[in-house]
Structures are given as structure tokens and as C-alpha cells.
Design a protein around this ligand. Structure first.
Ligand SMILES: C[S@@+](CC[C@H](N)C(=O)[O-])C[C@H]1O[C@@H](n2cnc3c(N)ncnc32)[C@H](O)[C@@H]1O
Length: 297
């Protein structure tokens, strides 16, 4: 399968906001390289004079309409910092895999959870270690939205619970829930690569396959779960609101991310017709909503 990659030189300090913007435009992943083509390992803070000259790689689905994207980029605030230097290229799967693998190191979330790349040893062997290889799917824990969801799961008592992971990507949240004690997880995604990555990550973590029901949204009959986690973008969260709400049982929990801080209040209002909503949690410019389902009359 081919992918397309947008590559450009970026001469400005605020790389973090640029990354968020590219993800909003549909990028599946964004990687920064230094002037010597080496991946930058640390997250890029909002303002730093260190990275005044970056090479930016953004991976998009092969179906992406590049002329529409050119147009959107030309009208973005970032355009002045890269001008016409950008180029689109078709890349093979393996090339992309290599670039993110270099960036991906063991990371801790909350008290108990570690995400450990499948080619690394666990720094804390007794922790809840999730062995992960996202392949081409989204979800390594490096993005604030995944991190916010992992922190919520880490803080909850999942013992014996039924969980839905809506938009599972690499399966990172589904597997975290299972290793934290959930009885059964239903994981769905519109991207077949995500289904494949989740299946392989399940095997990597030696979890019995009966504990995970996995598939495309139309192929999986969702139960009313104790907990539903959805780290997808604001627009699908708006469109799917009613069906998401219906998939949580009374008293059950909702965890939503993939939305920017600026989108949080509107979505909180929307979901408050079914849930008692908690204060918005934030990491960098991203937000997480959570709430408890109201009893149905
Ligand atoms: C931001 S990634 C999250 C992946 C992973 N759950 C995590 O937390 O890192 C969003 C995922 O949702 C999927 N997705 C987007 N819209 C969707 C929809 N309407 N229904 C199901 N999955 C969707 C995408 O294919 C992608 O894998």
C-alpha cells in the first residue's frame, strides 16, 4: 500500500502548533528532522530557538486530494514559514515505519502504565507494560490525546469492566484497558490498517483473543458498555454523539479526546444532554472530556 508524504523546510520556532495543524488537516503522523536528517527525539516545546530550521514530514493517506491540501496550506498561517519549499512524494510503508521507530521510546502514563516499543526492554518489569508496534496506525502515546486517554484509564478501576475503544488506531487504549483488568473490549476503526495493527499488538501482549471484539464500525455490534473511550477528531465526535451516548450504560463513563482545547466547550455542551460532564482536562493545546451517563428515565 502506498502513502503520500508532505515534506518541507520549516524556518520557525513554533513546530508544535504546526504539528497540531497538520494533524487537523488529516495527517496520520508528523515527524521532525534536524538539518542532518536525524529525527528529533524530544517533544518540541511551543517556543524554542533550538529548532529554527526543521525538516517536516507529514504522512497522509494515499487518497488525500493534494491540490485541495495545497490550497488549504496556502491559506494557513504557517505558509509564510515554508512558502513553496514543500513537495509531495509517494512512499513505501517501510520508509515511514523506520522514521517513527527512531522516535519511539518507552514512556510512562499515570501511575501504572508504560508503553514499551516491541523492540525495547521494559524499564519497570512489574508495571503494566504495553508492548506496542503501531505499524502505520495512529497511537504510540506520543500524542497528547492518547496520553490524556491513557492517564484516565490508569486512574480508573477497570476490573471486570466492558470497554469500547472507538477509533482504536494501534489498539493502544484497548490493550491498556485489558491489561488494567477490563473483562472485555470492543474496538472499532474505519481504517483497515488500524484493525491489523491492533490484532498484532494484542498477540504481542499475549492477551486471549476472546477478550477483544475487533472490526470496522459496521461489522461490530456494540454493547452498552461500562466505559467508552473515543480518541477521534471533533467532527466525528459531533456526528456520532447520539450513537456514542447510546453505547454507554446508565452510570457508565465516557472519555473523549482528539479535540483541541478551543473545541472542548461546545462538545461538552453537546454531550451534557446524556452525561454529567467533568471539568475539561488539557495537555498542550489538546483536550479530554469525560463524564458519567445519566440514568435513563
Ligand atoms: C487519533 S487516532 C486514535 C488512535 C488511538 N485510539 C489512540 O488513542 O492513540 C483516531 C483513530 O480513529 C479512527 N477514526 C476516525 N474517524 C472514525 C470514525 N468515524 N469511526 C471509527 N474510527 C474512526 C482513525 O482511523 C484513527 O485510527
Amino acid at each position: 500500500m502506498a502513502w503520500i508524504q508532505l515534506k518541507f523546510d520549516y524556518k520557525h520556532a513554533d513546530a508544535d502548533t504546526l504539528s497540531d495543524h497538520l494533524m487537523e488537516l488529516g495527517a496520520l503522523a508528523v515527524t521532525f528532522l534536524d538539518a542532518e536528517d536525524k529525527p528529533i527525539l524530544e517533544p518540541l516545546p511551543g517556543e524554542t530557538p533550538l529548532w529554527e530550521h526543521l525538516i517536516v514530514l507529514a504522512l497522509f493517506d494515499a487518497e488525500t486530494d493534494t491540490s485541495m491540501m495545497d490550497n488549504l496550506l496556502k491559506h494557513s498561517d504557517f505558509y509564510q514559514h515554508f512558502g513553496d519549499s514543500y513537495e509531495w512524494e509517494i512512499i513505501r510503508d517501510q520508509d515511514w515505519e523506520r522514521s517513527w521507530m527512531d522516535n519511539f521510546k518507552p514512556m510512562q502514563f499515570g501511575e501504572r502504565v508504560w508503553i514499551v516499543p516491541s523492540w525495547c526492554d521494559a524499564p519497570e518489569p512489574d508495571a503494566v507494560n504495553i508492548k506496542l508496534d503501531p505499524g502505520l496506525a495512529f497511537g504510540t502515546g506520543t500524542h497528547p490525546t492518547t496520553s490524556l486517554c491513557l492517564q484516565w484509564l490508569d486512574s480508573a478501576d477497570l476490573t471486570g469492566k466492558t470497554v469500547i475503544d472507538y477509533g482504536c488506531g494501534s489498539g493502544i487504549l484497548a490493550i491498556a484497558a485489558l491489561l488494567l483488568g477490563a473483562d472485555k473490549v470492543y474496538a472499532v476503526d474505519i481504517d483497515p490498517q488500524a484493525i491489523e495493527a491492533t490484532k498484532q499488538n494484542l498477540e504481542r501482549n499475549a492477551i486471549q483473543s476472546e477478550r477483544l471484539v475487533l472490526g470496522l464500525p459496521n461489522d461490530v455490534e456494540l454493547p452498552q458498555a461500562d466505559i467508552l473511550v473515543a480518541n477521534i477528531l471533533a467532527e466525528p465526535l459531533r456526528q456520532l454523539a447520539e450513537s456514542i451516548a447510546n453505547s454507554v450504560q446508565s452510570g457508565g463513563n465516557l472519555v473523549l479526546s482528539g479535540l483541541l482545547e478551543s473545541q472542548a466547550e461546545e462538545l461538552k455542551q453537546l454531550y451534557s444532554q446524556w452525561f454529567t460532564m467533568d471539568p475539561v482536562a488539557k495537555e498542550e493545546d489538546w483536550a479530554r472530556l469525560s463524564g458519567q451517563k445519566l440514568a435513563t428515565p
